[in-house]
Design a binder for this molecule. Structure first.
Ligand SMILES: NC(=O)c1ccc[n+]([C@@H]2O[C@H](COP(=O)([O-])OP(=O)(O)OC[C@H]3O[C@@H](n4cnc5c(N)ncnc54)[C@H](OP(=O)(O)O)[C@@H]3O)[C@@H](O)[C@H]2O)c1
Length: 324
């Protein structure tokens, strides 16, 4: 019987339990998939801990790549044997096999392995919308990205460089400076030691940057605000250090006419066509060497709890996957 990670209660990594699951046949608009690689994402820890509440018990994980075993009667865009990837609710990607709606999957082209595809959907689609849609990053601009050596962080700088932009990155330890630099960051600041906002102002002749991409949240919010230039944009897209406190608009936003947004993937890729187009842009960049993916660590599916512990302990420098 296929195995799947289920949570019956919220809590630490130990609540991730491996169970046998029964998989039936797909409904008319569904596909049955054998996962070959599963993406590990910080959001999975929010689902596990209860920061993002869910009705329990529930499977966990949003992202995987694999092969189609069976297609539902109404599904015309996929066939048995196709290589696909997905990064979307319904949760349950931490599984050997499962059924998903056909409209959340994309075709993975030849030349992109399941392992690479499983690192590209969430992190690549996020990077895609962050710098092409939320803030249209242009050649010659310099922006700030927090947690530069992390999963999204590594793809972000490479993509930004490919369009001629520069990125200042922050990291939590000196060891991560080298990793961020290797991924194309022009300047890297260890924000555990240095006041990053002051450093960004120094680097930009006190002007500040036009955009800050902040997946760290609570700990970096005030600094991110203070190193933006007039009419700059704070893109708060995650809460690795905890969710934001309520925003004081008169104090934080009004004086420099700033923009603040809190986006998610689903708001930018709203149907299968948009999803496939967004994924194809990433696959192309990887195929043509504009973005290089180095998988940092592979865990067995049964070791998902260790993967979560490492992610939350900030030990992972780069995209990591679970192997079912
Ligand atoms: N909104 C969206 O559409 C969307 C989509 C995907 C991801 N995200 C968000 O993007 C962020 C990055 O995701 P990821 O999966 O690529 O994770 P990641 O960057 O690989 O890991 C999170 C990083 O956050 C940093 N961090 C800072 N303070 C932390 C703390 N108190 N505890 C733990 N980590 C802390 C750590 O880097 P340092 O040690 O260098 O500080 C850590 O490595 C997350 O916040 C995630 O939720 C949002």
């Amino acid at each position: 019987m296929p195995k799947s990670i289920i949570i019956k209660k919220n809590g630490g990594p130990e609540v991730l339990e491996l169970h046998d699951v029964k998989i039936g046949s797909p409904g008319p608009n569904e596909i049955k998939v054998t996962n070959h690689a599963i993406g590990l994402n910080y959001i999975d820890t929010y689902h596990r801990s209860g920061l993002y509440p869910l009705k329990l018990p529930i499977g966990i994980g949003l992202e995987a790549a694999g092969k189609i075993d069976e297609v539902g009667s109404n599904v015309t865009e996929f066939n048995k044997g196709d290589n696909i990837a997905y990064a979307s609710p319904p949760l349950g990607a931490y599984s050997q096999q499962r059924i998903i709606p056909a409209n959340v999957a994309v075709k993975v082209p030849n030349g992109i392995s399941h392992e690479i595809a499983a690192t590209l959907m969430t992190k690549g689609l996020t990077t895609n919308y962050l710098l092409t849609k939320t803030y249209k990053l242009r050649a010659g601009e310099t922006v700030l990205f927090h947690a530069a050596a992390g999963g999204v962080g590594q793809i972000f700088a490479q993509w930004a460089n490919s369009i001629g932009a520069k990125v200042i990155g922050t990291v939590g330890s000196d060891e991560k400076i080298k990793v961020a630099r290797e991924n194309g960051y022009a300047h890297v600041i260890n924000y555990s030691k240095v006041d990053f906002a002051k450093e960004v102002l120094n680097l930009t002749n006190n002007k500040g940057v036009p955009a800050v991409f902040d997946g760290v949240g609570k700990k970096t919010f005030q600094g991110s605000i203070s190193c933006l230039k007039v009419r700059g944009m704070l893109i708060s897209f995650g809460n690795a250090s905890g969710p934001l406190d309520p925003v004081n608009v008169p104090k934080d936003i009004q004086p420099r006419g700033l923009y603040l947004t809190r986006p998610s993937i689903g708001q930018y890729f709203t149907n299968r066509k948009e999803l496939q187009a967004g994924a194809d842009q990433i696959f192309e960049k990887v195929k043509f060497g504009k973005i290089k993916i180095r998988i940092f660590k592979r865990y067995k599916l049964s070791d998902a709890k260790y993967a979560h512990a490492d992610l939350e302990a900030r030990k992972l420098t780069g995209p990591s996957i679970l192997i079912p």
